[in-house]
Design a protein around this ligand. Structure first.
Ligand SMILES: Cc1cc2nc3c(=O)[nH]c(=O)nc-3n(C[C@H](O)[C@H](O)[C@H](O)COP(=O)(O)OP(=O)(O)OC[C@H]3O[C@@H](n4cnc5c(N)ncnc54)[C@H](O)[C@@H]3O)c2cc1C
Length: 371
């Protein structure tokens, strides 16, 4: 070992989960050493679509999403930048009566968690958003949802954590992590050895590998959501738009480009190599053009994907290890962790400092997969 360090908390992974945990822990005066194999925010956290939405999340995620929503409002004070966070509204479209009924039902569930949604029928929707196509039968608007620039967010959390005294080590691939009954020893490929009382597993699509090292099997698998962006076009679409069933999602940024997502790309987790797939992209784009006809002549200038850890029930693993005291997991956000991440960092800090959190996370416990 070329360098030996100690900290209150060691964190594996410098995505948005790891960086927001590092910041929250520093704000609670704990020393933090974060190890990132590449660059902070270069994986899922930096290449995602940028949707900051609560609408459409399952009930069990809404308390966490609501906590996060409050933190998103304070980004400039918290991390020194608004990261292009825009409260644009999130509009979910329906194409049939059955889809409208699903939106109505969801509105009632969401209301119990303080999430206000407005259901708009065909005529009201067309009047408010004249750029919608005839296939759209109605929609549900969450006026307080929005979007942000993912390239800025994790980097801003990383820089803020650093300014507050967190030690962030990039280019440090964690090879082993072990617990001797008293403390953790984490060893990285660059010769760094860290001893810490607490360990946070924030390794994203690689999270299950570390859970396994502590005898916890999680059926995590990688997914590669397809993304693409058009040339800048005249400003038209204000809200972040999705559709029942999730066939496509689109937002227009201040410069005029439309950022779209839909379908899956391909990739290899071991190499962290990913590629978008054109067939899936064309199918999603066709649906997007039917709903927003102005997209029909848009020139696509770039497409990409990224790797995200997913779980069979599409819920993350978040909370205490079931085998090892002092170990906490936060991984497998199944394509929807960007909005949640600021609260996930605070929840992890609560668990380390207080041993509990006020935010309900029982549904995300790791041992739901055992047996
Ligand atoms: C293309 C795409 C679009 C998405 N769109 C949205 C969206 O619109 N809205 C939304 O809410 N969510 C979205 N998501 C999901 C969201 O991006 C993720 O849930 C979130 O970023 C996960 O953060 P993370 O920190 O867990 O993972 P990551 O950002 O992947 O971070 C994990 C980090 O761990 C590091 N790591 C792994 N192994 C090791 C090791 N051995 N040693 C050291 N470091 C290691 C990795 O290098 C990585 O940087 C999308 C995801 C993708 C891929």
């Amino acid at each position: 070992m070329s360098e030996r360090l100690t900290a209150d908390v060691a964190i594996i992974g410098g995505g948005l989960m790891g960086c927001s945990a590092a910041l929250a822990l520093r704000r609670m005066n704990r020393s933090v050493l974060l190890l990132e194999q590449g660059w902070c925010g270069a994986q899922a956290s930096g290449v995602n679509y940028g949707g900051v939405r609560r609408q459409g999340r399952p009930e069990i995620q809404l308390p966490l999403a609501q906590r996060s929503h409050a933190i998103w409002q304070s980004l400039p004070e918290l991390v020194g930048s608004n990261c292009e966070y825009t409260i644009s509204g999130h509009l979910k479209l329906a194409r049939s009566d059955a889809e409208m009924a699903a939106l109505e039902e969801y509105r009632e569930q969401a209301e119990k968690f303080g999430l206000q949604l407005e259901i708009l029928g065909r005529a009201a929707l067309r009047q408010r958003y004249p750029w919608l196509g005839d296939k759209v039968a109605g929609g549900s608007l969450c006026a307080s949802d929005g979007h942000a620039n993912p390239r800025l967010v994790a980097a801003a959390f990383a820089q803020a954590a650093k300014r507050q005294g967190a030690d962030l080590r990039e280019g440090a691939t964690v090879e082993t992590a072990a617990f001797d009954g008293r403390q953790f020893t984490v060893r990285a490929s660059n010769g760094l050895e860290v001893k810490a009382k607490f360990l946070l597993n924030c390794a994203g699509a690689w999270g299950a590998t570390f859970a396994e090292q502590f005898g916890e099997h999680v059926p995590e698998f990688p997914i590669f959501p397809n993304m693409w962006v058009t040339e800048p076009m005249p400003k038209l679409v204000e809200p972040n738009v999705g559709i029942v069933g999730g066939g496509f999602y689109v937002r227009q940024v201040a410069r005029g480009n439309f950022v779209l997502g839909g379908g899956r790309g391909t990739g290899q987790l071991a190499l962290a190599s990913t590629r978008p797939t054109s067939a899936a992209m064309f199918a999603s784009m066709k649906m997007a053009c039917e709903c927003i006809p102005a997209l029909q002549n848009a020139l696509v200038i770039r497409s990409w994907t990224g790797v995200e850890g997913s779980l069979p029930d599409h819920q993350p693993v978040l909370g205490a290890s079931a085998t090892t005291p002092g170990l906490f997991h936060a991984f497998g956000f199944s394509g929807a962790g960007f909005q949640l991440a600021p609260a996930v960092g605070e929840v992890l800090a609560d668990l380390v400092v207080h041993g509990a959190t006020a935010t309900p996370i029982q549904a995300f416990r790791i041992d739901r997969f055992s047996g």
